[in-house]
Ligand binder design. Structure first.
Ligand SMILES: [Cu+2]
Length: 70
């Protein structure tokens, strides 16, 4: 299934890369797309292995403000 997060606080492509890496290292996640312009991250996950709350927390630990979008 596809998940969407809002991600505030990204200012450049380094931030985008960082957020992308955080999401990519999460089990069960694939096809990560992070947009600086839209301030969001979109990815696919298989639903059973992926803890989206954990991803949100990991992103926030790096100083961004992430939240799951409906
Ligand atoms: Cu940056």
């Amino acid at each position: 299934m596809e998940k969407k997060l809002s991600v505030e606080g990204m200012t450049c492509q380094h931030c985008v890369k960082r957020v992308t890496k955080i999401i990519e290292k999460t089990p069960g996640v694939s096809d990560v797309r992070v947009s600086l312009e839209n301030r969001e991250a979109v990815f696919s996950c298989n639903g059973t292995d992926t803890n989206v709350g954990e991803i949100v927390r990991a992103i926030n630990d790096f100083g961004f403000i992430a939240a799951e979008k409906a």
